[in-house]
Design a protein around this ligand. Structure first.
Ligand SMILES: [Zn+2]
Length: 379
């Protein structure tokens, strides 16, 4: 199983300039290689292969010192990126030649990354990263550890809102045998609580975005007052992008921690099928939280897979009406916060009851789909 772990880089001013110029050089390499491909394609209607271009790269590196001041794995990543774009074009052009355009030359505005096609020519030691072409090693903000024994396969450096990040693609062994189920938990997602678990724990709707939301609103107001094309506008735009990024990162960190705790503590995790749930619970102001829930479920899915734990996705219908004690259904209005069963007398928090229903559905229907496991952490 492959996973992506992304970290903020903490470069010095000089290193920042170096990263920027490496990125720019790779853009030029991409455009140059694209020009070569286009030329051959016009002449022969055949595409150069990645192999062809890597061979030219080696020849170029042999004769030009400029070319060999960066690791070849770094340049090969750029060529592979072009290869992927060209392959997509060739495939599309076969199907529908009218609609598929050739890969485009990249302007500096549309080029923000470079990478290593394999993890060689680059080292990661003592939370610092180094490769040929940098004057010194760059500090990495390791806000979470890489999994133990992880093998790094490749990595990508990306500039977002004026910050540089590195994303490691790592290979993780999946336990061949699933853990036996000794305990299980059901989780209910909702608007009153972000999630409520069958063990009684809950997360209120996260407030992490509040402060950042105020900032975002403020920057939006400022932006509206700026003259188009002014330096000030550029600056405010960058601040706005940064604020959006802060919200996203805070949310992801929070969801990572919570899903990790769930997978560490439980062998079986049951939750509702969100797609079906959304159809059932339309017209609610739920869209705001949708992204958070599906991200949470994706995090749970891949963490569970890595740990050999089980995930079951259950039918969400009537989970909030059914009594976890006796199974009798009774309509509740949204205002009813307490589940009160007239048949068996059970009385408990409404969301807690729903979480228990979800748990019991997951436990008794082992044949149900074990969730669609995305192998890559979505960004
Ligand atoms: Zn009951």
């Amino acid at each position: 199983m492959f996973l992506t772990y992304k970290y903020l880089l903490l470069p010095t001013k000089r290193q920042r300039q170096e990263l920027d110029s490496i990125c720019e050089e790779q853009r030029q390499l991409y455009n140059g290689a694209l020009q070569e491909r286009n030329w051959v394609y016009e002449k022969t209607k055949k595409s150069l292969t990645l192999y062809d271009q890597c061979k030219s790269l080696t020849e170029w590196r042999n004769v030009d010192q400029e070319a060999s001041k960066l690791p070849s794995t770094l340049q090969r990543w750029t060529l592979r990126r072009l290869d992927n774009a060209f392959k997509a074009f060739m495939k599309g052009a076969k199907k529908d030649p009218e609609r598929w355009g050739k890969p485009r030359y990249r302007s500096a505005k549309r080029w923000h990354s470079f990478g290593f096609s394999e993890f060689s020519g680059i080292t990661l030691r003592d939370k610092r990263i180094k490769f040929k072409g940098l004057s010194s090693s760059i500090r990495v903000n390791f806000h979470r550890e890489l999994p133990k024994g992880a093998e790094i396969k490749s990595c990508v450096f990306t500039k977002i809102a004026n910050h540089w990040y590195v994303a490691f693609q790592i290979k993780v062994d999946i336990p061949e045998k699933l853990q036996s189920i000794k305990n299980a938990i059901g989780i209910d997602v909702g608007l009153n609580n972000f999630v409520f678990a069958s063990d009684g724990s809950s997360i209120p709707n996260p407030r992490f975005a509040r402060k950042a939301e105020k900032k975002i609103a403020e920057y939006n107001r400022r932006l509206a007052r700026c003259k188009k094309g002014s330096n000030r506008r550029k600056k405010v735009k960058l601040q706005l992008a940064k604020a959006h990024l802060d919200v996203k990162n805070a949310r992801r960190t929070f969801l990572h921690q919570w899903s990790r705790a769930l997978v560490d503590n439980y062998d079986l995790i049951c939750h509702e099928d969100l797609e079906v749930a959304n159809m059932a619970k339309s017209n609610m102001a739920k869209s705001i939280y949708d992204a958070g829930w599906s991200t949470l479920f994706q995090f749970i899915a891949y963490k569970a897979e890595g740990a050999g734990k089980h995930v079951r996705v259950v039918d969400p219908r009537f989970t909030s009406q059914e009594c976890p004690g006796c199974g009798v259904r009774r309509r509740k209005s949204l205002a009813d916060r307490i589940h009160k069963c007239e048949s068996c007398g059970l009385e408990m928090d409404r969301d807690h009851a729903a979480a228990q229903v979800i748990l019991s559905r997951g436990v008794v229907t082992p044949g149900h789909a074990a969730g669609n496991v995305g192998l890559e952490i979505p960004n």
